[in-house]
Design a protein around this ligand. Structure first.
Ligand code: UDP
Length: 310
């Protein structure tokens, strides 16, 4: 049996990845310091003999006995609200944490997949964003702590590939949503759903004309797994190219929840990207992957999850 280590394994993406890896017949060791992760996301795995949980901050040395075949490095605050409140931790996990995860990969001769992000493209001047685009990031802006940490993470990952011959994979993950996002996550979809379900005003930042492209979690995890198992050792965008203005997402959620909530407009966060859409040609051709779940179907499942949380 192959063994995978998932850092950030009790977070939103990480916990779904743990489920996917177990269903593919792997043993899974989940590491999380629970700053933004939540053990409720993995509690259904307690007692599974192929699953283990270690509470640990991966910016410190990681010790794992025995063989490890795959490392999926997903530890990081990922909501803008979180990384604005945890700027130093965000920088540390992206830099020191990635260094430790790569060190573990080198020691174990394991293949490592880095969770990178569409934020490496910043507020993009090329649209949609292909992997060849180098990005437009403000290094000293409030989002710089996340963007630059992930850009550093990509750089050190490529250095370990080139100088230590570690087998590396880099996923540039675009906006993803689904069950297990936190009610107070701060990102647009969980905010809008919680506000709609509890009769609070829907907080659209700016005029809502900024766009994003939202991928449902099961599609995202399938894409990540395909990338892990592929021979593609340069960054690959994983996301859903269907782009929508934020105001439209707010309206869709009001309609799907039959909510009486009104939309209110609040200040746009500093350096909030105006547009975002992945060019997924590479994922389509190299991985044979593309998203299957349409947004409304995904939103319905996510709304159901939040209904049960309330
Ligand atoms: N946003 C919003 N209202 C909210 C939360 C977010 O209008 O309550 C906007 C945010 O300014 C951004 C978009 O929704 O333009 C997506 O934000 P999110 O925090 O989900 O992630 P991002 O794509 O910015 O990393």
């Amino acid at each position: 049996m192959k063994t995978a280590v998932v850092t950030g394994g009790s977070g939103f993406l990480g916990s779904h990845l743990c489920d996917k890896l177990l269903s593919e017949g792997l043993k899974v060791i989940c590491i999380d310091n629970l700053i933004t992760g939540n053990v409720d996301n993995i509690s259904h795995l307690a007692g599974n003999e192929n699953f283990a949980f270690i509470k640990h901050d991966i910016t410190n040395y990681i010790f794992i006995p025995g063989k490890v075949d795959y490392i999926l490095h997903f530890a990081s605050p990922a909501s803008p609200v979180d990384y604005l409140q945890l700027p130093i931790q965000t920088l540390k996990v992206g830099s020191l944490g990635t260094h430790k995860a790569l060190g573990l990969a080198k020691e174990k001769k394991a293949r490592i997949l880095l969770a990178s992000t569409s934020e490496v493209y910043g507020d993009p001047e090329i649209h949609p964003q292909p992997e060849e685009y180098w990005g437009n990031v403000n290094p000293i802006g409030p989002r710089g702590v996340y963007d630059e940490a992930k850009r550093f993470a990509e750089a050190i990952t490529m250095a370990y590939q080139r100088y230590h011959n570690v087998e590396t994979r880099i996923a540039r993950i675009f906006n993803t949503f689904g069950p297990r996002m936190r009610a107070k996550d701060g990102r647009a979809i969980p905010n809008f759903i919680m506000q709609a379900l509890t009769g609070q005003p829907i907080t659209v930042y700016g005029d809502g004309s900024q766009t994003r492209s939202f991928c449902y979690i099961t599609d995202q995890v399938d894409g990540l797994f395909k990338l892990l198992m592929s021979e593609e050792d340069e960054p690959v965008n994983i996301g859903n190219p269907e782009e929508i203005p934020l105001i439209e997402i707010a309206k869709e959620i009001i309609e799907l929840t039959n909510s009486k909530s009104k939309i209110i407009f609040e200040e746009l966060p500093v350096n909030d990207p105006k547009v975002r859409q992945p060019d997924i040609t590479k994922a389509r051709t190299k991985l044979g992957w593309e998203p299957k779940v349409n947004r409304l179907e995904g939103l319905k499942k996510t709304i159901q999850y939040f209904k049960e949380l309330i």
